[in-house]
Design a protein around this ligand. Sequence first.
Ligand code: GTP
Ligand code: MG
Length: 269
Amino acid sequence: MPESSLKYKPTKWIMTILKTIFITGTAGSGKSLLTSKLYDYYTQNSAFAAVLNLDPGVENLPYTCDVDVRDYVDIVSVMKKYDLGPNGALVMANDLIASKIDDIRSEVERVNPDYLLVDTPGQIELFAYRSSGRFIVENITSEEKTSIFLFDGSLITTPINFVSLALLATSIKLRLNLPTINVITKTDVIGEKLQDILKWSSNIRALENSIAQEADGETYTLTTNILRGLNLSGFAQGLIPISNVTGEGLVNLEGALSRILNLGEEVED
Ligand SMILES: Nc1nc2c(ncn2[C@@H]2O[C@H](COP(=O)(O)OP(=O)(O)OP(=O)(O)O)[C@@H](O)[C@H]2O)c(=O)[nH]1
Ligand SMILES: [Mg+2]
């Protein structure tokens, strides 16, 4: 039995119903570190939080897993058994995880937290674009589910990069079919660029002007057409800037989660 399943919720909690937060984003955007910060936040506020790690390939995590897919699928064994390279093995591992969903769900139910934080794999396409990812999202029994999509602040160096990341965020939202909070991470290392990014995210005219300064011809036409399409669905609206390192902005993210998961009520015991 995995050690994590030894953590049980005290009896007084048994009747409360789970709320699940999927933490998604591009590789290295800060998903695992944010998971640990949210875990600390809920725990410090007397809520019972637990973490489900869905990344079969990760070696070190900045938190202790309560439920861990690595207990079900060993990536090195998958590589050897099926004679696969690392990417092929991750694809196979993700499908194997989906086939273990009943066991994973039972383990979550045994832990029985108020908040389940789900740290997703670095390879976002594995989680969001293969049917197994959506299957996992649909098969975790939970009263409320939401997704956080992390824009990696250090990747948004130009307005075109910003639009292409917003396109990815929208595509992931479409695949997972979950209410999504958009977050920009690593604000501690991007300096004044943050002001530009926040302006772009709230003012499509300003963004189009910045795109015009960077690109012309086909690139300009493609980028602005994508942008106008995304704007119809309110892309990147309310983008929340955070730093997982300094903690800046986390309080705003916690408030946004509360509005979705608790209808605006603060976390309470
Ligand atoms: N400066 C800074 N570094 C950060 C921040 N968030 C994460 N990092 C660093 O970025 C690196 C990747 O962070 P992770 O939390 O592992 O990111 P991830 O999205 O889980 O990565 P994968 O699962 O491999 O895709 C680590 O070195 C973190 O310390 C942040 O807000 N600011
Ligand atoms: Mg990670």
